[in-house]
Write a protein that binds this ligand. Structure first.
Ligand SMILES: NC(=O)c1ccc[n+]([C@@H]2O[C@H](COP(=O)([O-])OP(=O)(O)OC[C@H]3O[C@@H](n4cnc5c(N)ncnc54)[C@H](OP(=O)(O)O)[C@@H]3O)[C@@H](O)[C@H]2O)c1
Length: 277
C-alpha cells in the first residue's frame, strides 16, 4: 500500500479502532500517517499509546493533513460533522464513509463539488480481522478510489464491490448478519442445555461449530448444499434435525430477517436524506 497516504479517521470508536489496528498490522502504512479525531481524549490517549498514531480532538486539523478521510462517527452526528469538514478537505481527497444508511449523495451535497466519496458497509467481526465489507462508489469516485478503499478494508477481512443500490441488502445480510448468527448460537446453547449439557459446554460447542462450518465452506470452496448433503445420511440424526428446522420455518425466518433489515436500512437512509434537505 502506498506510503504517501495519510488517513484521517473522523470518529475513533469501535469500527475506526478495528480498522486502524488492521491497517497497522497488515499494511506498510506508517502509524504516523494515521490520524484519529474524536471528542473523547481518553480514547485518543489509548490509541496514541497502543498504536503510536497521531490523535487530535479537532476534526478540522485531522482532515487538513489527509488525502484519505474515513467518516466513522455514528450516522446521527453526520449532520453536524459534515459541514465542518467541507472547508478543511484538501482537493482530491478520497472520503470513505462507514456509516449505515447515509448515501453518497447526502455526503456529496455537503462537501465541495466533485468530492470523491466511497460508501462502505463493514461488520463487527472486523474487530477480530474477520470482517465482511461491501464498498460502493459515489458519483465522482474512480475505479482507483474503489480499489484503494478495497485494499484498506481488506486489512480487516474480505471485501466485495457492489453498486450503492445494493448496500441496503448488504446491510440485511452481512451488516446485521452477525447478530442473526449470535441468535442462532444462543438458541443452540439453550437447546443443548435443555438436552442435558452444561450451558458453558453447549456454548463452546455451538460457537466452534459455526466457526468450523464457515471455515469448511470457505476453504473447500464447495456449495453449502453439497456440504449439507454430505453430512446428511438417510435415516440419520442430521436429517431428523434438518427436517425439524424446515417444519419450524427456519428458512422463512432467515429470509424475513434479511428482508426486514434491508427495508429498515432503506428507511433510515431516506430519513437521513430528508433531514439533510
Ligand atoms: N458497529 C457496527 O456493527 C457497525 C457496522 C457497520 C457500520 N457501522 C458504522 O460505523 C460507524 C461507527 O460505529 P461504531 O460502532 O464504531 O461507533 P462508536 O464506537 O460510537 O464510534 C463513534 C465515535 O465517534 C465519536 N464522535 C461523536 N461525535 C463526533 C464528532 N462530532 N466528531 C468526531 N467524532 C465524534 C464518538 O465519540 P463519543 O462516544 O464521545 O460520542 C465515538 O468515539 C457508524 O456510522 C455505524 O453506522 C458500524
Amino acid at each position: 500500500m502506498a506510503d504517501d497516504l495519510t488517513i484521517a479517521f473522523v470518529g475513533a470508536g469501535n469500527m475506526a479502532g478495528a480498522l486502524i489496528q488492521g491497517l497497522i498490522r497488515t499494511t506498510t502504512i506508517p502509524s504516523t500517517h494515521i490520524i484519529a479525531a474524536d471528542p473523547d481524549q481518553a480514547r485518543l490517549d489509548l490509541l496514541e499509546s497502543d498504536l503510536a498514531i497521531r490523535v487530535t480532538q479537532s476534526n478540522d486539523a485531522a482532515v487538513k493533513s489527509a488525502n484519505v478521510v474515513v467518516l466513522a462517527t455514528k450516522p446521527q452526528v453526520f449532520g453536524q460533522v459534515l459541514p465542518g469538514l467541507a472547508s478543511s478537505l484538501q482537493p482530491g481527497t478520497l472520503v470513505i464513509s462507514i456509516a449505515a444508511g447515509i448515501s453518497t449523495r447526502t455526503i456529496e451535497r455537503v462537501l465541495p463539488d466533485g468530492t470523491h466519496v466511497v460508501r462502505t458497509m463493514p461488520n463487527t467481526p472486523a474487530l477480530v480481522g474477520a470482517g465482511a465489507t461491501a464498498v460502493a462508489a459515489g458519483a465522482y469516485a474512480t475505479d482507483e478510489d474503489l480499489a484503494l478503499a478495497q485494499r484498506l478494508f481488506e486489512s480487516v477481512g474480505i471485501v466485495v464491490q457492489v453498486p450503492e443500490s445494493q448496500i441496503d441488502a448488504v446491510t440485511g445480510v452481512s451488516g446485521s448478519g452477525p447478530a442473526y448468527v449470535f441468535a442462532m448460537i444462543e438458541a443452540l446453547r439453550d437447546a443443548g442445555a435443555r438436552e442435558g449439557l452444561p450451558e458453558a459446554t453447549a456454548l463452546q460447542l455451538a460457537s466452534q461449530t459455526v466457526l468450523g462450518a464457515a471455515r469448511l465452506l470457505l476453504e473447500r470452496g464447495e456449495a453449502p448444499e453439497a456440504l449439507r448433503q454430505k453430512v446428511t445420511s438417510p435415516g440419520g440424526t442430521t436429517l431428523a434435525g434438518l427436517q425439524a428446522l424446515d417444519d419450524n420455518g427456519f428458512r422463512d425466518a432467515v429470509q424475513g430477517a434479511v428482508r426486514a433489515a434491508t427495508r429498515r436500512s432503506a428507511e433510515l437512509g431516506q430519513m437521513a436524506e430528508g433531514s439533510n434537505d
